[in-house]
Design a protein around this ligand. Structure first.
Ligand SMILES: *[C@@H]1O[C@H](CO)[C@@H](O)[C@H](O)[C@H]1NC(C)=O
Ligand SMILES: *[C@@H]1O[C@H](CO)[C@@H](O)[C@H](O)[C@H]1NC(C)=O
Length: 418
C-alpha cells in the first residue's frame, strides 16, 4: 500500500497529451487570427492632397474653430504657435480661435494674441466646476496619490492641473459653452510649429470625406500613466456589446497563452479581462482635427462618465490622448479616421514632416508668394515644407499603419513591429 502511494505518478499517455496540446495550439491560433488585421491592397486613407493648392478663400467654410488652452505664462509659446498657423494656414481661411485658461486672462496675453490671430479671437475662462476633482471624490486621497505618482516619476503626474486638464479634454471640453455653436475643432498647443503650407481647408475635406477624427502623430503611450485604462475601456465595450472593428483589433496584441489560462494574465496592466493586451498605440492629441458631434454623442458621454467614476484621471494619470484614441478605436469606423500625413507638425521634441512634392509647389502663386523650401523628393507629398523631408518623422514607429497601408517597399510592413 505504502509503496504504491510513494511511487511517482505515471506519466499521462501520449494519446491524451497530444490531442490536448493540439487543441490548445489550435485555440491560440484561432484566437490570434481573430485579431489579425490584413494589410489592404491599396491605401485606404490617402492624403486629401499631395501638392500645393491655390487656397480657395472664396469657398464656404465649415462650422469650425481653432482652440488652444494656455496659461498666461505661456504667452510667447502661444504667440509662436499662432504665428506659425497664421503663416501656414489661417491667413487664408480666417477661422475663429478660442483660447482657454483655467485662470483669469492677463490683459497682455489678450492684447498680443488678439493681434497675432487673423481670425476672430476670444478668450475664455474654464468654469471652476469643470476644473476640479469630481464631487464624490476624496480630494485629500487624490492629492496624496498625485504626490505619490510624482515621486514614482510618472510624466506630468505630479501636477494637479495636468490631471484636471486631461480629464477636461476627455469630456467636458466638448460641452464648453463657448464651443457649443461649433461642430469641428482643431486643437493647438503652445510651442507648436506647422512647417508646411496648408493650402486647403482640412475641415471641409474632413466633412467631404466623411471623417470624424484626424491626427498627425500616432505613437506609444507611456504605460505607467494608465495601467487600468484599457481594462476599463474593454469592460465597458463588452457590457455595451460593441463589436471589435479593425481599428480596435489593430490596437490589441493578442495573447499567445491559450484559453482558459490567458485569463490569468488579466490582472496585469493594459490587459482586458480575457488577458489580451493593448499595444499602447494612441494618437498624440495635442494635434486633433475632429468632429465634436462624435464626442457629444450619448454613447461617448456615457463612456466618459464611466471612466470618470473609475477615478483614473486622478489615481492614475490617464491622458486624454489615450482616452480619445481608445474611444475612437472602439466607436468609430476605421475609414472615418484620417492621418494628416501631408502636414508638417512639431510639438516638444517630436515631429512629422513630409518631403516636398516634386513639381507640386505652385510656383508663381500669388497667395503663396515666393520663398524657399526644402528639396523636392520623389514620393514627397508636402507643400513648401521647411524641414528636411528625408526624415519624415523622429518618433519610433508609426503605429496603426497596418490598418490602412498596403505592404510596399516604401512603407515596409515591418515598421509595424518596431
Ligand atoms: C507675437 O508674434 C508676432 C508675430 O506674429 C510678433 O511680431 C510679436 O513681437 C510677438 N509678440 C510677443 C510678445 O512675443
Ligand atoms: C481684438 O482686436 C480687435 C481689433 O483690433 C478688437 O475689435 C477686439 O475687441 C479685440 N478683442 C479682444 C478680445 O480684445
Amino acid at each position: 500500500m505504502l509503496r504504491r502511494v510513494l511511487r511517482p505518478a505515471r506519466r499521462l499517455p501520449l494519446w491524451i497529451v497530444l490531442p490536448i496540446a493540439a487543441a490548445l495550439l489550435l485555440e491560440v491560433l484561432i484566437h490570434r487570427y481573430h485579431y489579425q488585421v490584413p494589410a489592404p491592397d491599396h491605401d485606404l486613407d490617402p492624403p486629401f492632397f499631395t501638392s500645393c493648392q491655390e487656397p480657395d478663400v472664396g469657398a464656404p467654410r465649415e462650422n469650425a474653430v481653432l482652440v488652444m488652452m494656455a496659461r498666461n505664462s505661456e504667452l510667447e509659446k502661444a504667440n509662436k504657435t499662432i504665428t506659425s498657423i497664421e503663416k501656414a494656414f489661417n491667413r487664408w481661411f480666417k477661422y475663429p480661435i478660442v483660447f482657454m485658461n483655467d485662470e483669469a486672462w492677463d490683459p497682455k496675453f489678450i492684447k498680443v494674441l488678439n493681434q497675432t490671430s487673423g481670425g476672430k479671437a476670444t478668450f475664455e475662462v474654464i468654469p471652476q466646476p469643470q476644473w476640479t476633482f469630481p464631487e464624490w471624490m476624496d480630494d485629500k486621497a487624490a492629492k496624496q496619490s498625485i504626490k505619490d505618482q510624482g515621486r514614482r516619476g510618472i510624466p506630468h503626474a505630479d501636477s494637479e492641473g495636468y490631471h484636471h486638464m486631461c480629464r477636461f479634454y476627455s469630456g467636458q471640453f466638448y460641452q464648453l459653452e463657448a464651443l457649443k455653436k461649433y461642430r469641428w475643432y482643431w486643437r493647438l498647443e503652445p510651442d507648436v510649429d506647422f512647417s508646411c503650407a496648408i493650402t486647403y481647408d482640412p475641415f471641409v475635406q474632413m466633412a467631404k470625406h466623411n471623417k470624424v477624427y484626424g491626427f498627425t502623430i500616432a505613437l506609444w503611450e507611456i504605460g505607467t500613466t494608465c495601467p487600468t485604462l484599457f481594462r476599463d475601456m474593454a469592460d465597458w465595450m463588452e457590457v455595451h456589446r460593441i463589436t471589435q472593428n479593425n481599428l480596435w483589433k489593430a490596437m490589441v496584441q493578442a495573447s499567445w497563452v491559450p484559453y482558459p489560462f490567458r485569463k490569468f494574465l488579466s490582472f496585469m496592466a493594459h490587459r482586458d479581462r480575457h488577458g489580451d493586451e493593448w499595444s499602447m498605440c494612441h494618437y498624440w492629441s495635442n494635434f486633433e482635427i475632429a468632429d465634436m458631434n462624435f464626442f457629444r454623442t450619448r454613447e461617448y458621454m456615457d463612456l466618459f462618465e464611466y471612466l470618470d467614476r473609475k477615478g483614473g484621471f486622478y489615481f492614475e494619470r490617464w491622458g486624454d490622448a489615450a482616452v480619445h484614441a481608445l474611444a475612437v478605436a472602439m466607436l468609430v469606423d476605421p475609414r472615418k479616421v484620417h492621418h494628416f500625413e501631408d502636414l508638417g507638425y512639431r510639438h516638444d521634441q517630436l515631429y512629422q514632416c513630409p518631403a516636398n512634392a516634386p513639381g507640386g509647389q505652385l510656383l508663381g502663386s500669388k497667395a503663396l508668394g515666393d520663398g524657399t523650401w526644402a528639396p523636392e523628393i520623389e514620393g514627397g507629398i508636402g507643400c513648401r515644407c521647411e524641414c528636411d523631408g528625408r526624415k519624415t518623422r523622429n518618433h519610433p514607429g508609426y503605429c496603426l499603419n497596418k490598418l490602412k497601408q498596403p505592404n510596399s517597399p516604401k512603407r515596409p510592413w515591418l515598421t509595424w513591429f518596431m
